[in-house]
Design a protein around this ligand. Sequence first.
Ligand SMILES: NC(=O)c1ccc[n+]([C@@H]2O[C@H](COP(=O)([O-])OP(=O)(O)OC[C@H]3O[C@@H](n4cnc5c(N)ncnc54)[C@H](O)[C@@H]3O)[C@@H](O)[C@H]2O)c1
Length: 359
Amino acid sequence: MNNREPLRIPASILRSYAEAVLIASGAVPEDAEIVADNLIDASLSGIDSHGISRLGIYCKRLKLGLVAHRTEVKVIRDAGIAALLSGGNGSGPVVGVRAMDLAIAKAKKFGLGIVGVRDSNHCGALAYYTSRAVTQNLIGFATTNAPSTMPPWGARVAYFGTNPLSYAIPTGDPERPIVFDIATSTVARGKIILAAKANKPIPEGWALDKDGYPTTDPKEALEGLVLPLGGAKGSGLALLVEILSGVMTGAAVGPQIGSLYDDFQKPQGVGHFFAAMQVGLLVSERDFYCRINELSKRLVALPPALGHEEVLLPGEPERRIKRERMDKGIPLTTEIMKELIAVGQSCGQCQSLRSYQLT
Ligand SMILES: NC(=O)c1ccc[n+]([C@@H]2O[C@H](COP(=O)([O-])OP(=O)(O)OC[C@H]3O[C@@H](n4cnc5c(N)ncnc54)[C@H](O)[C@@H]3O)[C@@H](O)[C@H]2O)c1
């Protein structure tokens, strides 16, 4: 294996490996199946910052008893279109799926469904949840707060997390929904973690070091601050995410949220917000699909800017990478492969990766 041609492993092998390792770390099989699916879906979609590279830290927190081995979601309040859940300190992806599915059920019944969650954990890439709404021909929306690593615009210390948000819109073509999914920092902090693992510099503008100076060294960045996307604008969006996911749900807010990687004393206390909405709430469903099709066609037909070959709708880059990775396997850097093998070895579960042993 060399740097030009990363090792590729079929998604099915990585999925069963992840499931086995999660179970060996304490997760019940039902939870392990969902968490593994969430990680593999992100890796397949090219969201490497939130894919299989997170297996190690998820297992560590399970083993330390910082995440419940069986996710038991409880309804705190349920009033028509809205419900508030406790995630019972379960695995974030399991809590997220249950909460989004409740929002979907409500949207089917009432037109709109809103579900807030407290007492949860890191839930990975949000497109995983908003895409569930799209499969039911609903608009999906999701936010989660995250451990404090980002200063609000104008501040010199962290308060917000990288507070991501995602929306997904059905277009009438089940193969081509619009799926937008971003951190409200310039990039997800996971991309800086991956750069640190690979010993590669990060672009200017992503982060500051611990003294508040711009840095391209990912290790300095991880000890410092990530910057909000587009200055005051990303900061304002991060605030919205914090209000929806934290303030409205009664979850931990800002620095109260436990760090995924650095705090092994207490649960994270993350909050999430999920919404699903029927497409025909205003114009008729038929009109909606005609209009969204027209809009999509017009957008992708626009002349591309310098440096671009074509105009893409959000979700299209991930779909293309998914097709390629389904076919050729998920590429893994040497560092991530070593880490995965070490996680498995620590619980006697590295069997299925042996044939891909590093040379
Ligand atoms: N759970 C958490 O605590 C947490 C925190 C932060 C981020 N995240 C996740 O990290 C992931 C990555 O976030 P990010 O901010 O680094 O994402 P990113 O900067 O890679 O942006 C991704 C979005 O941009 C769209 N996009 C990219 N190129 C495009 C193009 N040419 N034309 C049109 N659209 C295009 C993609 O379709 C996608 O919707 C997300 O899945 C997010 O949910 C999770």
